[in-house]
Design a protein around this ligand. Structure first.
Ligand code: ZN
Length: 449
C-alpha cells in the first residue's frame, strides 16, 4: 500500500528523539503547572516532587495524577496558565445533567498545534488537497466541528461545514459537490446508510471514499456495516477536550489501531483501581501528558477511557505509540472473578452474530452464592433456533473474556427498552434476590431497575 502523510518526516521521528522530547517537554509542562496552578504545586510538594524530579521516562511514575475532578473543581478557568487576554478560544463538553461542563482554553499557539494535529489525522486516513470534505458535526462548543474544519483547511482540501442533521440534504450535497470524505459520529454514519436505502440512493451514485468517525463508542461490526453500505473506508479517531479535542490519535490506512501523536502527548496505561502503571499490551485507563499545550496543559491526566498501548510497528512507518480502540469508560468496567469486563466486549460478540440477535441486549452482573456472575440477555430473531444461537454466543463470549458467561434468550421485543440513551448493563450484585429476582420483576413488567 502507498501511504499518505500530512507531515511524513515528523510522523516518522526516530524513537530516541521522541523519547528525548517527551522528557524535555514533560519537564516544561510540569514546570508550567508548578508555576501557575497553586493547588497542583501543593500536591507535587506533598509528594516530594518538583519539575527537577523528571529526568527519565520512568520518573513520570513519581508524579501525582490529574483527574476529571481537578477540572470540575477548577471550573471554569482555574487551570489556565496564561494571561486571560492571551486566550483566543474556548470549547466545552456538554456536561451531563447536573454536572459542570469540562472547558478547554486555547491561546494562539495551542490553536495552531491543534489545527496541525487535525490535519495529520486527515492525512493519515488518506486525504490530500484534492479531496472534498463534509463535516457533519456542528462547529459549536464541541471540539470536533472546529477541529476538523481547521485541520481540513490547513491540509488544503475543500471544506463543506455542513453541520449535523438534515440527512437527506447531506446526501444531496455528497452527490452535487462530489464529496469524497466526511467526519461524523458513528451513529450518524449508520443513519446516512439508512436514509440512502430509504431514498434508493446507491453507493455507486456517490463519490465517497472514506470517513473519520469518533466521539462515541462503536463496535467493529458497526464499522463493517458503514463501510459496506456506504462503499467507504471508515477510520476511528480519539481525542478529548482536555487535550485540544480531536487530533490526539487516529487510525492510518492500515486500520490496525490508532496512532497516538507521541511528539505531542505522552501516554501511559494504569490500573484504574490501583493507579499502578501497566505493561505494554495490558488493558487499563489511558493517562495523558501534553507536551506543548500552553493555556491549559495536562500532566498525567487520567482520561477515564479504557484501552491498551503498544509501540508502533505499523507498516506505514509512523513511530510513537499506538492505542487500541477505546473499550469504554472506566466507570463501565466490572471485575468478575478477577477479570475486567467491559460491556463493549460483550456487545461486540452480540453484534457479530447479528443474523441471530436483535440490537437490544442487557447485561446483568449478579451473585450466585458468593461468586460474581454475568448473564447476558439477548433477543433471538424470529425463525432462529434459540438454543443454537445461545450456545454459539456463549462460546464466543468465553473466547473473548475467558469467563463462562450465561446467555439467556428472549423473543424479539421482550427486553425492556429505554427512551434516550440505552441501558446496556445493570449491576445487582448487592441484591439478595439475584438474577432470578430481576427476571421475575422484568417479566412482571415492573421495569428493569
Ligand atoms: Zn500506521
Amino acid at each position: 500500500m502507498k501511504y499518505n502523510y500530512f507531515d511524513e518526516k515528523r510522523e516518522k521521528t526516530p524513537w530516541n528523539e521522541l523519547e528525548k522530547n517527551i522528557i524535555k517537554r514533560g519537564q516544561w509542562t510540569l514546570k508550567r503547572l508548578w508555576d501557575n496552578i497553586p493547588f497542583l504545586k501543593k500536591r507535587y510538594q506533598e509528594a516530594n516532587v518538583s519539575p527537577d524530579s523528571l529526568k527519565t521516562i520512568d520518573d513520570f511514575q513519581k508524579i501525582p495524577f490529574m483527574s476529571k475532578q481537578d477540572f470540575l473543581d477548577s471550573f471554569p478557568d482555574k487551570l489556565v496558565c496564561v494571561p486571560k487576554e492571551d486566550l483566543v478560544r474556548m470549547h466545552a463538553t456538554s456536561g451531563t445533567s447536573g454536572h459542570r461542563p469540562t472547558c478547554g482554553f486555547y491561546n494562539q499557539n495551542d490553536l495552531d498545534n491543534w489545527t496541525y494535529l487535525c490535519a495529520r489525522n486527515l492525512g493519515a486516513i488518506g486525504m490530500t488537497k484534492k479531496d472534498v470534505f463534509q463535516n457533519t458535526t456542528s462547529a459549536g462548543l464541541f471540539t470536533g466541528g472546529f477541529g476538523y474544519a481547521q485541520g481540513c483547511t490547513l491540509l488544503g482540501a475543500m471544506l463543506i461545514p455542513f453541520g449535523p442533521g438534515m440527512t437527506s440534504r447531506q446526501l444531496e450535497f455528497f452527490k452535487i459537490f462530489k464529496v469524497t470524505s466526511f467526519h461524523a459520529i458513528p451513529s450518524f454514519g449508520l443513519r446516512l446508510a439508512e436514509v440512502m436505502e430509504e431514498e434508493g440512493i446507491k453507493k455507486e451514485d456517490l463519490f465517497l471514499e472514506r470517513a473519520i468517525l469518533g466521539a462515541e463508542g462503536w463496535a467493529e461490526s458497526t464499522r463493517k456495516t458503514i463501510e459496506e453500505r456506504l462503499g467507504i473506508k471508515a477510520y476511528d479517531n480519539y481525542g478529548l477536550t482536555e487535550a485540544y479535542g480531536p487530533g490526539v490519535s487516529c487510525e492510518c490506512q492500515e486500520q490496525n489501531g490508532l496512532h497516538l501523536w507521541t511528539d505531542y502527548f505522552y501516554p501511559e496505561i494504569i490500573d484504574p483501581k490501583t493507579g499502578e502503571v501497566l505493561s505494554e499490551g495490558e488493558t487499563g485507563e489511558l493517562v495523558l501528558t501534553s507536551l506543548y499545550k500552553e493555556a491549559m496543559p495536562i500532566f498525567r491526566y487520567r482520561t477515564g477511557d479504557i484501552t491498551a498501548l503498544r509501540k508502533s510497528e505499523c507498516p506505514c512507518g509512523r513511530t510513537g505509540y499506538m492505542i487500541d480502540r477505546i473499550k469504554g469508560r472506566k466507570d463501565d468496567m466490572h471485575v468478575i472473578k478477577g477479570v475486567n469486563v467491559y460491556p463493549s466486549m460483550i456487545e461486540e460478540e452480540i453484534f457479530n452474530l447479528s443474523s441471530y440477535f436483535t440490537d437490544t441486549y442487557l447485561i446483568i452482573y449478579h451473585t450466585v452464592g458468593v461468586m460474581d456472575q454475568v448473564t447476558v440477555n439477548v433477543e433471538v430473531k424470529t425463525g432462529i433456533n434459540a438454543e443454537k444461537a445461545k450456545r454459539e454466543l456463549e462460546k464466543k463470549l468465553l473466547e473473548a473474556t475467558f469467563l463462562r458467561i450465561d446467555v439467556h434468550t428472549f423473543p424479539p421485543g421482550a427486553l425492556p427498552r429505554q427512551p434516550g440513551k440505552a441501558i446496556r448493563y445493570i449491576d445487582i450484585r448487592d441484591r439478595p434476590e439475584g438474577y432470578k429476582g430481576w427476571l421475575k420483576m422484568m417479566q412482571e413488567g415492573q421495569g428493569s431497575q
